[in-house]
Design a protein around this ligand. Sequence first.
Ligand SMILES: NC(=O)c1ccc[n+]([C@@H]2O[C@H](COP(=O)([O-])OP(=O)(O)OC[C@H]3O[C@@H](n4cnc5c(N)ncnc54)[C@H](OP(=O)(O)O)[C@@H]3O)[C@@H](O)[C@H]2O)c1
Length: 229
Amino acid sequence: MRKSRTVVVVGASRGLGLALAEEYCARNWHVIATSRGRSAGLDQLRERYPTSLEIETVDIADGASIRALARRLETVSLDALFVNAGICKANTLTPLEVDDKDFLDMMSTNALGPMRIVEALYDRVPERGVIAVMSSELGSIAHCTGFWELYSSSKAALNMLMKAFSARHADASRSLLLIAPGWVRTEMGGEDAALETGESIPLVVDVVEQSAGVPGLRFVNRHGEILPW
Ligand SMILES: NC(=O)c1ccc[n+]([C@@H]2O[C@H](COP(=O)([O-])OP(=O)(O)OC[C@H]3O[C@@H](n4cnc5c(N)ncnc54)[C@H](OP(=O)(O)O)[C@@H]3O)[C@@H](O)[C@H]2O)c1
């Protein structure tokens, strides 16, 4: 029987991250799902998948917390690393209106933090492995309409940092993905969102699975279609 593959899902306490952890468990992966604190959703998932699911802790806005996670995972080999965590604050405000802290929190959690996780866990992912980071259609500068401009700028910054990372690792053969899941009903996406998690996340995981062994960086949607930077 084939040895099960291992994925770390960062930011899996609820919403899309919890749905990712559930989807990987259902596909027989060994799943290391992280949260910042206790997550009822992850506790329930562990009752359903006691041998497949491990729960870890990390706050991606805290460098020491990221380094500690990397030390705890020092001996683990990851077929996939999926950095999902993100926040949206003051989405309708303009640069003049926003509280400095809200903007900086978004930059820290949506751009710097994910890339610190990628850097810290990069060596845990073998050459045919996949490193995926949850971006957004709103991170595309080419498609910008001004909607949620501050949040969008943090995802554009994430995309730029991932592009710079891939340039620094041009000789490596890992697959690097920035994935846009679509507009999905979660705490962040809100009630009016177009999709249920079940209409997005299985497609997102398909894209990650199909990317194993495909080197280089792509910015894609849940269907695997290339998005403009
Ligand atoms: N929903 C959408 O329509 C949509 C569309 C495009 C992109 N996205 C992106 O998809 C990802 C997930 O969004 P979502 O809709 O599921 O949002 P959500 O329901 O608000 O969940 C956000 C997740 O990120 C975690 N998180 C936030 N700050 C963190 C930190 N400092 N360290 C570790 N974990 C942290 C949260 O953990 P806690 O429970 O501890 O707060 C939670 O698990 C985000 O990157 C978001 O930008 C969402």
